[in-house]
Design a protein around this ligand. Sequence first.
Ligand code: FES
Ligand SMILES: [Fe+2]
Length: 448
Amino acid sequence: MLSTEDNELLCRVGKGTPMGELMRLYWIPCLPSREFPEPDSPAKRMMLLGENFVMFRDTEGRMGAVAEACPHRGASMYFARVEDGGIRCQYHGWKFDTEGTIVDLPTERSDSRACQHLMDTVQIRAYPCHEVNHMIWVYLGDGDPPPFPDFEINTIPGDQVQHPAIMMEEANWVQNLEGDLDSVHLNWLHRRLEADSPAPPLGLRGFWSPDPEPPMLDVERTEYGAYYTSQRAWKDDKTWHRINQFIFPFHTMISVGPTINLRSFVPLDDTHAMLISQSGNPMGPMPEIMAFREDDPFGEVGGYLPRTNDPRSYFMTAANKTNDYHRDLEVEKTLMHCGIPFVLNLQDRAMTELMCDADGVPLYDRTGEHLGSTDAFVIAVRAQLIAAARHLRDTGQPPANLHDVSLDRVRAASILLDSDVDWRAHSKLARSADSGNPPSDDLPLIID
Ligand code: FES
Ligand SMILES: [Fe+2]
């Protein structure tokens, strides 16, 4: 449970809010490279943290992101022409490069003082972009950006990294994130009805816990965020540890199989967030078992809906709250605890997207909830986020991983340990992205 004040501080990300200012310090994953397939691809609207901007790829293939309003008289740069090394406003032809510098100002005579003055003093707000492994990241803050995040997904060869799978969630980013912090819901939301229940016609076969008891959570808070284990009893006096990560400001890594991953809960505004998920194999090509159609990860449940030019319409799936996420009640009777197809985070989204405040706004009011021991990681991550945003507001000091990107070199892990050992010490190598070992997955998410 949170006070109204803490809930507001945790959830709101607009300019000037403590959490919004924290996020603006970081590089933010934004759109997949495939959205701009070639040089001079048409501009697209985008929105992050409530700020509207326009993205484009210039003639040299560089990505640019500029404020939507043209600094001349405010026409939308969405309609601008992307040409000849820059982006040219349709209205009166002012042209800017990816740095935001005016490179042509055809409304003034080139030898005039007015032209020189405007060229010297006017810029369009440009957001730095960084493209790596099929993903474009953007920096929304002031001044120079920090070092680029050193997540393993950004540093292994691009052909070993899956293209991003993205799902829009029409709800506040925190309730979406919290779905990744809560291992006990595997025992319910994602489970199959019986140990031998086969896979349903659509989606994954359900999870099955070897332990009839709920998992025991143990949390470690860190300077980059937090990690935890959820412990389930396994045979021969072994304990199964699923160890998952939270990294400031909105990233997680969860153990799902023989791959590494990065999952980012990226707010467009206070009631829309993308879950951007990328997996990779540091040892070679992606395992077949983890493959899905890269441009259509929700293909088996109807894919994406057609878009409008509003970024909040991007990555909206055909299975959604208006049609009960394609819930199949027959599957629910015979095979799975939940009849919504177990495809990426669709089941999770059904649980979190309808959470709301008293007015029906999908920004969950946490003043009336009742938390228990299996919510330990949710509690810890909220506390870390609130403390980090307050600390930044009060002292100007950001979390350590903003500048020390070596702290990003972590992994999720799924390992079996003797029941009486110190799991923190024994999982140290498995939690490191620099061990040289394959990802640890002694037990996969779906146990046969
Ligand atoms: S409004 Fe863009 S050039 Fe005039
Ligand atoms: Fe889940």
